[in-house]
Ligand binder design. Sequence first.
Ligand SMILES: NC(=O)C1=CN([C@@H]2O[C@H](COP(=O)(O)OP(=O)(O)OC[C@H]3O[C@@H](n4cnc5c(N)ncnc54)[C@H](O)[C@@H]3O)[C@@H](O)[C@H]2O)C=CC1
Ligand SMILES: CC(=O)C(=O)O
Ligand SMILES: [Mg+2]
Length: 601
Amino acid sequence: MKLASLDQHRGYAQDHYSEVKQDHETEPMEESEASGYQVIREPLWNKGLSFTPEQRVAKNLTGLLPHAMESLETQCARAMKMIQSRQTNIDKYLYLSTVKGQNVDLFYRLLMDNIRELMPLVYTPTIGDVCLQYSTLYTRPEALYISIKQRKSIRTMLRNWPGPEPEICVVTDGSRILGLGDLGVNGVGISIGKLALYTAAAGIHPAKTLPIVLDTGTNNESNLRDPFYLGLRQKRVPVDVQQDFMDEFMAAVKDVYPNMVVQFEDFDSEKAFNYLDRYRHNYRAFNDDIQGTGAVVLAGYINAVNLSGVPLAEQRLVFMGAGSAGVGVAKQLVEYYTRRGLSEKEARDKFYLVDTKGLVTMDRGDRLAEHKKYFARTDNAGHQFRTLEEVIEYVKPSALVGLAATFGIFTESIIRGLKASVDAGGLGRRPILFPLSNPLTKAECTFEQAVQWTDGSVVFASGSPFSSFTLKIGGEAGDITYHPNQGNNVYVFPGLGLGAILAKATRITDEMVYTSAAALAGSLNAEEVHMGLIYPKIDRVREASITVAREVMKAARRDGVSELPESLWVEWEEWGDVALTNYIKRRVYNPTSFEEAKGRL
Ligand SMILES: NC(=O)C1=CN([C@@H]2O[C@H](COP(=O)(O)OP(=O)(O)OC[C@H]3O[C@@H](n4cnc5c(N)ncnc54)[C@H](O)[C@@H]3O)[C@@H](O)[C@H]2O)C=CC1
Ligand SMILES: CC(=O)C(=O)O
Ligand SMILES: [Mg+2]
């Protein structure tokens, strides 16, 4: 088909969406009724080569599968071999996506058992490349795609989602995907990736997760020119129009899936703050970039301060980037300081936020976005600090946080300036350096640079994963290997969501978010402490998520938003954390083939 006619065809499809009404009287088929290829072709039912001989007979699968019966472990080993044979990360992603589309248990066993190697494929950094090319890579739908042209049919579309009632959705409008800007409907990859981690890192059942993209157009010219672009081919609608659409969407969610937790993801900063304020009091909703990131960075900061040798009271923090993540993180840290006895003003004064125009001050002369005003400095005596170098020189910070989505912005002179200001405070002090922007192409500096330019003294966390770095010293001193941390909200949102779901929380309160940070900070094991880490190793993310979920549940109870029966809380208060942890563990998804569970394979 020529591209022009392909375009015409697209337009035709879009215009026929308005006011679609469908009836949902036909019940979907139950797994127990399915037979033959129906079973194999449904990824949630397919057990691949793990079907036992008895199951193969009972489900009319004989002859439809090779003779071999294999454990999930063997099937994972085969899949890993295939992944490792692929040359590019996108190809590896596509292979994994095929596995997910055929055998959900296999996909999640694979991801859970190889999280260090595979998380960077289903999540940042590779998911960034996938989103950039989503419309070209597209082979099958994996989400709900709700365009503003379909606003009258939102309830119908939500009901069209197959399977049981979802417990959690991740919704984006694609307007700020990672640090890659407005990707329009292509940003759906981030909703899909985050939900894969809800399952792998917290055990929420994959059938109960719902990725959503709200398509309100895009201002990304290359998307609009791309003949394969899958979204609405129009500029983004004005903010007030999207606001109405969002109100309709949230109301529809409440009608159709009243118990579902809603995670707002990667909305541009103005919408991110607005929607959080607007919906958090009446919906089970939170914003991952503001609150999830706030909590994860607070957790890392608590542990980093201990390693840094600079007392909490003496810390001064410079943030490069004053968007949803920068302001969200700074506010979470302010809460930490106030809980530690500082007044709100004393706490706020520790933070210096920098954006494209320099240090954010009240008298800078530009119209400050609403979310920046809280941190706008007034102590600059009329002087404006336009560059990060000037700010470092002025503030002499102990910590530098990057949430500016700009690669390499932490230059050698910036990092050496940070180190010098920390060194001036006394021997053995260590600078805290968090280049948190995603994906790797947006990281403010690399781990190797951070180590080299601080002579190894840095306490480091980055948004996307870096490898360990070995400094070749030679001679008797030997080589030194440094281990980075990944400061990514993946350590928080799965446990926060799981805790909210299991507590049946009617809202996600500040106390629940704060508690998730405290729980994560306290979840390091002895080996991680010994290695000087500030987050658990990524291989232990699921264990950490269970701890976070447990503490979030308790926080929901403290705040009076848990709808769980009182008798359960009484029982847990009597039996303690072990009983609550066991309750959580019994409820999480953990794919094992039937025969493995029975110990026959
Ligand atoms: N590690 C993690 O878990 C998370 C990382 N992020 C990352 O943080 C970054 C920012 O996200 P948001 O705050 O939501 O974006 P945003 O677009 O709301 O904010 C970006 C901020 O950076 C500033 N900025 C941009 N270029 C700059 C430059 N050259 N110099 C100084 N300031 C500059 C902008 O003025 C703005 O204040 C993204 O790369 C995102 O991937 C976001 C959430 C979680
Ligand atoms: C990790 C994440 O949420 C972001 O980069 O936007
Ligand atoms: Mg995000």
